[in-house]
Design a protein. Structure first.
Length: 369
């Protein structure tokens, strides 16, 4: 038996599965009804324990195709019930076997509705998954003395640059905890992608002569990555830029806007977003605990383009002068709807438009000379 102990003293007792290790992290909840494999392997969950609000997890098993990273960074999985005999033609192992292999502890038999209501009322909080025989007082003392990590991006970013070759546009992808779905979208469009670490400088990126720069998703507080903010500030106006999730927040900070922590964040695959430019509403996949402050955009060159229909938070911005835009959600949609995958096409179109402008400017200059 295992127990989940929240820092406010709330205790949930359940059956352990996955790894037997003890862990401390931030408890969050995800409302998706499917896609647990992609969720658990999303690097943006680094430092967090995931509560699935859907009552049965693992019913279609785990397969080789749906991972978003090779080594998941989530610290724990909390469910009402986990399936021990999955049924699906792509199934290769159970969620229990998967979590054991990745050294991630799980606890089932938890009243996840009650836990989610606690998080919604009081906000995300620290918690520990440990053996049921440990005294609550000891666990609470350990929770109080153990701070949450602030180096999540450093933990999940690539250590060295690498190339995913293609014959199309040359993209430099800054990896802050990139989901593989982003790479899949670029390879489908035949792009030549160079993935670089989070601390790569603007000078190093521009030496690669990119046609565009992609800023990936990632975990944690964007203000914990000041080197990336400095890099992005120098890239704005030099090359087309597209940001997703953490990349979106970093663009805002680099442009002079501000971000803050949300009470319990947006984590699910059914989040409605309204595009203010077209009037259309999209259903999106999201996973973030921080957001751009709406009023802070007023003193910047960023223009609000999309908002959440649940709480009016910022979901998209576009630069008033330079080729740059970003969204808070995941247009690569893994897991989730594919309503917004066209944003990758929009990025490619932006790149081609800028290339055309550059060629025309060069022609005009040569004629003048």
């Amino acid at each position: 038996m295992k127990q989940l102990v929240l820092e406010d003293g709330t205790v949930f007792v359940g059956e352990g599965f996955g790894s037997d290790c003890q862990t401390i992290g931030e408890v969050v909840f995800n409302t998706g009804m499917t896609g647990y494999q992609e969720v658990i392997s999303d690097p943006s969950y680094c430092g967090q324990m995931i509560t699935f609000t859907y009552p049965l997890v693992g019913n279609y098993g785990v397969n080789r195709d749906d991972f978003e990273t090779v080594n998941p960074a989530a610290l724990g999985v909390i469910v009402k019930e986990h399936c021990t005999f999955p049924s699906n033609f792509r199934n290769e192992e159970t969620i229990d076997e998967f979590l054991q292999a990745k050294n991630i502890p799980g606890i089932s038999g938890v009243d996840t509705r009650k836990l989610t209501k606690i998080i919604r009322k009081h906000g995300t909080m620290k918690a520990m998954i440990t053996s049921a025989d440990r005294s609550i007082s000891d666990v609470l003392r350990e929770l109080e003395s153990t701070p949450l990590a602030r180096d999540q991006v450093q933990q999940v970013s690539t250590v060295k640059p690498y190339v995913v070759p293609g014959r199309g546009e040359r993209i430099v992808l800054m990896d802050f905890g990139m989901k593989h779905g982003i790479l899949r979208e670029f390879t489908k469009r035949h792009c030549h992608v160079t993935v670089v670490p989070y601390h790569t400088t603007a000078e190093e990126i521009l030496r690669l002569k990119p046609d565009g720069v992609m800023l990936s998703n990632g975990p944690g507080d964007p203000k914990d990555v000041p080197e990336a903010i400095a890099t992005i500030r120098k890239l704005i106006g030099q090359v087309p830029v597209f940001g997703i999730c953490l990349g979106h927040q970093l663009i805002a900070l680099a442009s002079g806007a501000d971000t803050s922590k949300m009470k319990f964040g947006h984590r699910g695959i059914n989040q409605p977003v309204k595009d203010l430019e077209t009037g259309r509403t999209y259903i999106t996949s999201q996973n973030h605990g921080y957001a751009v402050n709406t009023h802070s955009l007023e003193q910047t060159d960023l223009r609000l383009t999309q908002v959440s229909l649940n709480d009016d938070s910022v979901e998209g911005v576009r630069h008033a002068q330079f080729p740059l835009f970003s969204v808070q959600y995941h247009p690569e949609s893994s897991p989730g709807p594919e309503d917004t995958s066209h944003l990758f096409d929009e990025f490619i179109t932006m790149i081609n438009t800028e290339q055309k402008k550059t060629k025309e400017d060069s022609k005009c200059l040569s004629v003048q000379i």
